[in-house]
Write a new protein. Structure first.
Length: 152
């Protein structure tokens, strides 16, 4: 078994993650996670909004933004230029749409019988209030990737 030399110290756990951020390696990983997260969330949103028969045309926006976020994330993995231009634009649109969705879902809960005074029931039976915030997290990952330093 090979022992690490005195100058090359083994790095584990959180220290490894910090080193990856410091060296710029984390930017590409976060761009890739944004791409994967965009596809997964767009698929989930499609199925949930399809159950509601896409009753509001705005329900199509997060579905359409999924492939946009995926393309920008993949481009950000391979190109520093795309990581600093396309990825933050797509991610900002995803964040804005997630915040809009949170508002629309809250409005949907308020329109149910009893509104917010019957919050526990309406949260379970109405539109999921916290789900659009998960979309916002995916966009936030893309924005974070765009501001991180890139590996040389």
């Amino acid at each position: 078994m090979k022992q690490p030399s005195a100058t090359a110290k083994a790095v584990y756990g959180i220290d490894r993650m910090v080193r990856n951020v410091e060296t710029g390696r984390f930017e590409r990983s976060l761009a890739a996670l944004t791409a994967i997260g965009s596809v997964v969330t767009a698929a989930e949103i499609f199925f949930e909004h399809d159950k509601a028969s896409f009753g509001n045309k705005l329900m199509w926006i997060p579905v359409a933004l999924g492939p946009v976020g995926a393309a920008a994330g993949i481009a950000g993995v391979f190109s520093q230029r795309m990581a600093k231009t396309a990825l933050p634009i797509a991610s900002a649109a995803i964040v804005a749409n997630g915040l809009q969705g949170t508002y629309l879902h809250a409005r949907g809960i308020a329109q149910k019988p009893g509104g917010f005074s019957n919050l526990r029931y309406n949260m379970e039976m109405g539109p999921p209030l916290l789900a659009p915030l998960l979309v916002t997290v995916v966009g936030g990952m893309g924005l974070l990737a765009a501001v991180l330093r890139r590996e040389k």
